[in-house]
Design a protein around this ligand. Structure first.
Ligand SMILES: [Fe+2]
Length: 325
């Protein structure tokens, strides 16, 4: 420091030195601590809650898959907001805060399956509501991934106002096609054989309502492959044990006794799908398991002797690693 530095110059020089220390270099590599983990591991550690189960289904070779459901992505971008109406804004503002880590949870789910080389099995409510931002996110993160999906009730109706939902078969078809482009497999009925097991995913979330006959025909065709079958859908098949589990869950959540009404109004797969259920009853010996979602809590039981697994809410990181044998 020079001796003739006046007070003002000293202050300016000192402040400059302080700033030089406070500001990071523009192009320096970020500091990496010795214990730094890859981002995939951080996401998995922070956001994933993995449970495990084994299912004997007659696979040619044992394999693992990761079942997830109810991610409820709640993304909207500026275009979505400006192109939508007041109800779209209200939906965004009401719903987005309910699923604050759904993006991290989905990223962790995909990272975990990738690290372990597992197929991803998704049983719906991937979006909480329709938006280009949600579709873009799914389109980009599902591209090239080993993933097989069915739709949920939020992709069709959920909390959308009636006028925001398709009102005709043509509108429903066109919406389904947009979803298929992003998600990557047919979404009325799809069948995929893995290690000699036929995974049959079908829509019971509401968008199929104009195509119940076509859905039944397609499921019959899928089952004609004559492999052991695992069904995948969003709404669980209704059973008394499940109704009791929902009542217990809701009673805890509400802090007071709650019983499920006799008419579930389509909350579970039941009377409205009577024809499909009647057909599936005739093929129960081939159906080795049912994978579903919708409840937002994990449940494991049986539908008429067939094991049924309901995944918890992926929006809070729940996934189930299934060892198929
Ligand atoms: Fe859901």
């Amino acid at each position: 420091m020079t001796a003739d530095l006046n007070r003002r110059g000293f202050i300016g020089w000192g402040a400059g030195m302080l700033l030089a220390h406070a500001l990071p270099p523009l192009f320096a590599a970020p500091a990496v601590s010795a214990e730094a983990k890859p981002i995939a591991d951080l996401l998995i550690d922070r956001h994933l809650k993995v449970s495990s189960v084994s299912l004997a289904i007659g696979a040619e070779k044992p394999f693992k898959a990761l079942h997830f459901s109810d991610t409820h992505l709640s993304l909207s971008d500026v275009h979505d907001l400006l192109a939508g109406e007041e109800k779209a804004l209200a939906l965004y503002e009401a719903r987005r805060p309910r699923f604050p880590v759904s993006v991290q949870a989905l990223a962790a789910t995909i990272a975990y399956a990738g690290k372990k080389g597992m197929t991803l099995l998704n049983t719906g409510d991937l979006f909480d509501y329709r938006s280009e931002a949600n579709l873009d996110c799914v389109g980009r993160c599902f591209a090239g991934k080993d993933i097989f999906s069915s739709l949920g009730n939020h992709e069709s109706y959920g909390h959308h106002a009636r006028e925001m939902c398709p009102q005709t078969a043509e509108a429903a078809d066109s919406l389904r096609k947009r979803y298929e482009t992003a998600i990557g497999n047919p979404l009325l009925v799809a069948s995929r054989v893995v290690s000699g097991v036929n995974f049959v995913a079908f829509d019971n979330g509401g968008l199929e309502r104009w195509l119940l006959r076509e859905r039944l025909v397609a499921i019959k065709a899928a089952l004609a492959k004559n492999f052991p079958v695992v069904l995948m859908c969003h709404m669980p098949f209704e059973t008394e044990a499940m109704r009791e589990a929902i009542a217990r869950h809701e009673s805890v959540k509400r802090g007071k006794a709650w019983t499920m009404p006799a008419n579930t109004g389509g909350y579970l797969m039941g009377k409205t799908d009577a024809e499909l259920l009647d057909f599936l009853r005739t093929r129960k010996s081939e159906i080795k398991a049912i994978l579903a979602g919708h409840l937002h809590f994990e449940w494991q039981g049986e539908w008429e002797g067939v094991p049924m697994l309901v995944a918890g809410g992926n929006y809070e990181g729940r996934v189930r690693e299934i060892s198929f044998t």
